[in-house]
Design a protein around this ligand. Sequence first.
Ligand SMILES: N[C@@H](CCC(=O)N[C@@H](CS)C(=O)NCC(=O)O)C(=O)O
Length: 469
Amino acid sequence: MADLSSFPITAKWPALTPERIQLYSLPTPNGVKVSICLEEMGLAYEPHRISFDASDQFSPEFLSLSPNNKIPAIIDPDGPGGKPIGLFESGAILLYLAEKTGQFLPKEASGHYEALQWLMFQMAGIGPMFGQVGFFHKFAGKDYEDRRPLARYVGESRRLLGVLNQRLETRTWILGDDYSIVDMAVFPWVRNLIGFYEARDLVEFNGFTHVARALEAFLERPAVVRGLTIPAETPAAKEVPANMSNAPHSAKPPERVFREGRFARIEPLDADGHGGDLWSGGLRDASIWTYLAYGPFSSEGQFRQWLQTREQLQDPLYFTIGDRTSGSAMGCAALMETRPEMGVIEVGHIFFSPALQRTPAATEAIYLLMRYVFEDLGYRRFEWKCDNANEPSKRAATRFGFAFEGVFRQHMIVKGHNRDTAWFSIVDSEWPALEQAFDTWLAADNFDADGKQKQRLGELTAKALGRAS
Ligand SMILES: N[C@@H](CCC(=O)N[C@@H](CS)C(=O)NCC(=O)O)C(=O)O
């Protein structure tokens, strides 16, 4: 276990999980840059709330890490050379995390410096100027008789928004097509200016349509939604047992979405549109239904009737898996047992026609659902459960990277038979590594001319998670 005792700040804010990055912050525009970044990168971290009400930022323990008495600051137990490192200044922290993970920062030299340039633009321009608007418009400075300081900072902020607006006129994000740490630095400040500082009209924000459009896209990102509230207020935090950690998240219920990969597409179940394909693909085979609570079906009509009852459900929410090229429906999977308040969701009700079984399209379909659950919906736990006697399902779960968690004995009765249920899960901190493993497996160069895989998915996912394959 990492030893952070040489950092005096840990005496006031003990590291309950010292192997994780320690974040000392508050959800202010500078603070959330780092919580958003950590969320986007899927890094495990432990947030500590630095209360300005309690003047925490002036305590000797906090100053030992951040001598300028400002949040955010971090300690990474696994810094350069594997040694712990402490850092303050949000821009420096964003750069450090981007370089550590190789994410959200262009790698080739000119793109890298372009990013630095815009990051400096935020740090030296947007942050300080917008901050002064806050002071003179909303806080102590609003009572100053002399209105010239306010006018100066409002004018300067308007000018900076104009620069940003022009930049975004031809780009999705500040650096172009790719979202980066620069967006994580800039947009919390824009949000604050027009929100908390109540300066929307003052800076004539409605004229900056490209900034508004990018801000909206930024605020829709699940990692941003989560990061904006971290570190949350936990008045009793000091009293919780040392082995309890915070679980900030905000997950949304799944919707009837369409997703497409290289081999597969998933779409909301449409009984009339998909029933014929599914049935003619071989779903009359009784072995497909052995472990499911329904089926087999004796005729296409009976199958379609049953499908019609399923397509209306919200939980389980059924998706049809189709072949990307031919478009024909070949199987189904559902998102179920949805508990957004807990950040927990399960994939189940999986049935594949023989032509879909053991194909890249089948694997990719599960991957598309996983990506939807973690990235778009913001879940912290994705479950797979099956009858403990269902060996192929258990093998599939392990191959996909789910961790086996144990067996609930006599958990259910299915079609009159006892079911002991095997539980598996993937948690959000595992997702970035797993996503890379899936991307490697699904890539064109992982298949030879006959479509045979070169690297096995089970080995890639086990390696990504540091498990024995
Ligand atoms: N340039 C610094 C600015 C940080 C900063 O201004 N933090 C504010 C909150 S947004 C703060 O800690 N204020 C407390 C104080 O000044 O006492 C950074 O980006 O990290």
